[in-house]
Write a protein that binds this ligand. Sequence first.
Ligand code: PUT
Length: 286
Amino acid sequence: SSGAWFSEVSAVCPGQSFSLEIEKVLYHKRSLYQDVLVFQSKTYGRVLALDGMIQVTERDEFAYQEMLAHLPMFSHPSPHKVLIVGGGDGGILREVLKHEAVETVVQCEIDADVVSVSKEWLPFLSSSFQHPKLHLHIGDGFEFLKNHPAEFDVIITDSSDPIGPAESLFGEGYFQLLAQALRPHGLVALQGESVWLHLELIKSMTASCRKWFPVVEYAWSSVPSYPSGQIGYILCSSNHDTHFRRPLRHIEAPQLATWNLRYYDADVHAAAFVLPKFASENLSSS
Ligand code: PUT
């Protein structure tokens, strides 16, 4: 062990700092957009940090990837065409492609270096970048959406935090573009931050989403390496009849083993929408 520690110090989570012991730094460079760091940690496997914020660790990445991908995917009856905005490590893509209904995945990631670094250092996440159903576009998700009206069944935004290159993906202008890029009955899922740290941000995001979508819900999961150990998912539907709390589809038993799920199942899906009182009082639509 090097005896060195990585500590998250950021305005995203002021006054606190989560730390991991570093075994070896594998990659550290500034890309066009941000500081990109990959290290081997002592107890969480490989870790990707962007601008000093942990994006994934090998130990707990499945909790985030499975929930952000499968909550919307199992809430849509037939998700044929899916857009991933961000998600440059490839984890959401890996999960989305498990759904047989998917014919095309378009992914728009702003930072080509995140994709290439993930291909080289994070193979457990990036294994699907060669998939024939994928159309990978390197560019700004906000700008991309302006040119793709009424095209997608499901749009998943796997962003970093609102300070840095992902800032535009947290505002009302972006939610309007998402609503316009959906096919009829389309759904959206967004990285929704932590109720312990970002309740005001989540309140304003869900209120803005409600201007563009008739159904908006917040679900959550535990992810120990994210600030406060909890992260949320904002789910929006353009269909009044969507009930996010009940998955519409289930995995057939023979396929279940090949999906290799470690966090998500139908019970976890339903339970994810049950919020502690301080959060539900702030986030309910009524
Ligand atoms: N896409 C990773 C989310 C990290 C939030 N801090």
